[in-house]
Design a protein around this ligand. Structure first.
Ligand SMILES: [Zn+2]
Length: 164
């Protein structure tokens, strides 16, 4: 998954790209990302990424079908996008977007994950994640990349680094 992701970022070059994260809750506060979709219609420029709600909803439905409709196990985890020319850190606009998405989900979900990725100057893959809780808190996440050959990355919110 990481190799494909990095290759895709390489092709996107200076354009910001993104999509949705789909995965499994392994334990409370421990999630495994099993699918990463990439928005097909490119709404990104070097500094902005426009999320297309309709397309994202369709992809989420398609993933439910593909994985076998086990929404209690596999579900929409959140969003990802690249920061080709900025650090892998949510911008203030990203924070607003995530709060809005969380509000849009109503009571259906009580958290959403935002993953930000980039290729650094040496074409090394960088990734960071933050979890937004319906309570208004946000948690920085630890990312565990599972071994080569497996197709998943774990996202573990790190409670120690909680911010106000
Ligand atoms: Zn961003």
């Amino acid at each position: 998954m990481i190799e494909r992701w990095a290759a895709d970022l390489g092709r996107a070059g200076p354009t910001e790209v993104g999509g949705v994260l789909f995965g499994e809750q392994v334990a409370e506060g421990d999630f495994r990302v099993v699918e990463v979709t990439r928005q097909r219609s490119m709404g990104g420029t070097a500094t902005t990424f426009k999320r297309r709600g309709g397309g994202a909803r369709k992809e989420i439905m398609a993933l439910h079908e593909k994985i076998g409709g086990e929404p209690e196990r596999f579900n929409y985890l959140g969003e990802w996008h690249s920061h080709p020319s900025a650090p892998v850190w949510p911008s203030s606009q990203d924070e607003i977007t995530m709060r809005k998405l969380l509000a849009d989900q109503g009571n259906a979900v009580n958290f959403l994950v935002l993953v930000i990725v980039k290729l650094d100057g040496y074409a090394r893959f960088q990734i960071a994640a933050r979890t937004y809780l319906a309570s208004g808190h946000k948690l920085n996440c630890e990312i565990e990349i599972e071994g080569a050959g497996t197709d998943a990355a774990g996202v573990v919110p790190s409670v120690n680094e909680e911010e106000k």
